[in-house]
Design a binder for this molecule. Structure first.
Ligand code: GP9
Ligand code: MN
Length: 682
């Protein structure tokens, strides 16, 4: 026993000596590994918070060792350039994701880089979306430079002992990487691997696999549109058939069936309009009085969620049009536009409608110029091709000018065509929400009276507490957008274009304003001109879940026709989502899509909405599948494990089948193979 103990100590000491020897002769390598590893933890500390979890640390380490190993193909004095290149890449991965997370509470994707850069110019980004903390990762390459310089001074590279041939050096580090990888993989579950593969549960993937593996995996996933249709088609096609055998939403009739059959439709894509705005007043002035009026006169879905993913506006357009969910990685508009999707536009075209879209931004934004054709629009009117750019504010032509010019175009269309369906995509109420701040009539100050300590008189204090916040700016542009909608409806009316028309309005997604801003707004203390302290009994934190549930957007169906209006005038408070539009509105217009994933809200009692990241909501609860947490709305409702399992399974299936349709073009391919089968049977 004693002998064994001595032997063990001997082995350990030898290992220690070897490691020390290795480090001494590989100072730059060690610096690269340690700095990159710390940054991997740092980004999780600043985002998903699980910085000390073992699993992502092991994954980060295996990844960095793997990358670092190839440095041994270079001579010691040339390795600096190799490490430096990687250190810059990995630092950028952290920096960009840090910015993205602060703004979108998710991690970024290669497939979006081009589009993101289109939205925010670099100078804008520096001013509005980057925070000081996003730069903290830069210490890693700086340290590497510092260490390299020191080593140069000591003539270190000439002195270090390396008996290994390059291949052996690489191999040794690869073996170390493989050992770490082995430990990491042994802790993984089937769910972890499947989530990495699917990549839609982004926060979870980073929490489990670390930022570097996430981004590497994202790179592969972003190349998928070209590669993945080649793999997994048979399984996807089989699951697709099975899914629709069991789950096709039936073409049921209800009291709204066909009530708008043959009517014109004007749909308004209200940029970044959230639902709470309809009930928010600033100093007694409603922010969106026109939307409020239309909602109260029409059919108003007040518990309605956009189901967008990283493709924001374009995802919403896609889900609205097709009742499918956004792609699990990349965006349909940019990466999967060349597939066949049944859409509201195509169904109406079959009913002899003229179908058009209008937008004041450039036609290539979100690849609309291409994708709108694919969705079935006869014509897409956009930017300077169709509009006079006479009032440029924010991202482009102002909403007011856009609507103003569009009315004439719609009039022309109505004269040439019997029936039409048109989508108007708004623009002014877009981040950074500074388009109209100088001209607004909203008073964003907080006024209160206090007793002057010296004179004892009552004095009015005016605090400018909102105008410099993004939330305050958002209220301002939303107010403008609402005004623009109001004027548009009036102009349509004047031109007689509302007589036979149904108006549809949806908020396309939330405004992505930081939670801290809401916390400040709802807990503002005029006396101190700051947020209430969290110890204050009146402080009511705007929690992560308050924020999630507050992302609701309005969905409104309105008509001028008094008779019809009476029939539809109602507030729908049950939970509904963007993918319910095609089945619900479709039923009213007399069209039906057997591939819809959403439901006709009036033909089902099972109301739920699945989000592209796997979270879901019912009338009873909101479930966060990233961390298994739930918010139950009604304390008395009985919720057991089966309830959660049921909707979690529904969510996973809907996301999977939708993504398979998108990636593998299953609707078109299934139709083709059905034709072949039918042809064979003849
Ligand atoms: C751009 C507009 C905005 O033309 O639709 O897109 P978003 O940034 O909201 O996805
Ligand atoms: Mn948008």
């Amino acid at each position: 026993m004693k002998k064994f103990g001595q032997k063990l100590i001997g082995v350990l000491e030898k290992a220690k000596d070897n490691i020390m020897y290795f480090f001494k002769n590989n100072i730059l390598f060690t610096t690269f590994i340690i700095t990159s590893l710390i940054n991997g933890c740092l980004i999780r500390f600043l985002t998903v918070k699980n910085y000390a979890a073992i699993s992502p640390i092991l994954a980060d380490l295996a990844f960095i060792l793997f990358v670092g190993s190839f440095a041994y193909f270079f001579k010691p004095k040339n390795r600096f350039k190799y490490f430096m290149t990687w250190s810059v890449i990995l630092t950028l991965v952290c920096l960009i994701n840090s910015v993205y997370y602060t703004n979108y509470v998710s991690f970024t994707s290669f497939s979006l880089l081009a589009t993101s850069l289109q939205i925010v110019g670099v100078s804008d980004a520096l001013e509005t979306i980057m925070e000081l903390k996003d730069f903290c990762y830069i210490w890693a390459p700086l340290t590497l430079i510092f260490v390299h310089r020191k080593l140069l001074k000591q003539n270190y590279y000439a002195k270090i002992k390396s008996t290994d041939k390059p291949k052996v050096g690489v191999l040794k580090v690869l073996v170390a990487a493989a050992i770490v990888l082995g430990f990491f993989v042994s802790g993984l579950t089937g769910t972890d691997i499947s989530r990495l593969y699917k990549q839609w549960n982004r926060e979870y993937v980073v929490m489990k696999f670390g930022i570097y593996v996430y981004q590497g995996n994202d790179l592969i996933a972003s190349l998928k549109p070209q590669i993945s249709p080649l793999f997994g088609y048979d399984t996807a096609a089989k699951e697709f058939r099975e899914y629709y055998d069991e789950n096709t939403r039936e073409d049921k009739t209800n009291k709204y069936t066909d009530i708008f059959k043959g009517k014109n439709v004007i749909a308004i894509h209200a940029e970044s309009i959230q639902n709470y705005l309809l009930d928010t007043e600033i100093n007694g002035k409603p922010i969106t009085p026109n939307l409020k009026r239309l909602a109260s006169e029409g059919m108003y879905f007040s518990n309605f969620y956009a189901q967008e993913s990283v493709g924001t506006s374009s995802d919403t357009e896609f889900t609205y049009s097709t009742s499918l969910l956004p792609a699990s990685s990349g965006t349909v508009f940019v990466s999967y536009w060349d597939r066949e999707y049944p859409s509201i536009q195509k169904f109406l075209k079959e009913e002899d409608y003229y179908v058009f879209s209008m937008h004041a931004n450039k036609g290539n934004f979100w690849n609309r110029e291409v994708m709108h054709k694919e969705l079935g629009y006869d014509k897409f009117y956009y930017y300077d091709k169709d509009y006079k750019l006479d009032e440029m504010i924010g991202l482009g032509l102002s909403d007011k000018s856009f609507f103003n010019q569009s009315v004439q175009k719609i009039k022309d269309i109505s004269e040439k065509h019997d029936k039409f369906y048109g989508l108007l995509i708004m623009l002014t109420n877009h981040t950074p929400f500074d388009a109209v701040e100088d001209t607004t009539d909203l008073d964003l100050t907080c006024k209160y009276t206090k007793t002057d300590e010296i004179t004892g008189e009552q004095v009015e204090v005016v605090n400018d507490y909102l105008s410099n916040t993004t939330l305050g700016k958002y209220f301002t542009t939303a107010h403008y957008a609402d005004e623009a909608i109001g004027e548009f409806v009036d102009q349509l009316d004047k031109e007689g274009l509302l007589e036979d028309t149904v108006l549809v309005i949806y908020g396309d997604h939330d405004a992505k304003i930081k939670r801290a801003e809401y916390d400040y707004y709802y807990n503002y203390n005029p006396e101190t001109d700051s947020k209430l302290s969290s110890n204050d009994p009146n402080y009511d934190e705007f929690t992560k879940y308050d924020y999630e549930l507050n992302r609701k957007v309005p969905f409104i169906i309105w008509t001028k026709d008094e008779e019809l209006r009476k029939k539809i005038n109602k507030e729908i408070t049950t939970v509904t989502g963007m993918y319910d539009v095609l089945p619900t509105l479709g039923n009213m217009l007399g069209i039906y899509d057997k591939y819809a994933l959403g439901h006709d809200v009036f033909s089902t009692d099972d109301h739920y909405v699945v989000f592209p990241n796997g979270n879901w909501i019912t009338d009873k609860m909101y479930y966060d599948s990233q961390n298994g947490e739930a918010i139950v709305f009604d304390e008395d409702s009985v919720i057991d494990k089966d309830y959660i399992a049921k909707y979690t399974e529904i969510a996973e299936k809907e996301i999977a089948v939708s993504n398979d349709i998108i990636v593998h073009d299953l609707i078109k391919k299934t139709k083709e193979s059905d034709k072949v089968i039918k042809g064979g049977q003849k």
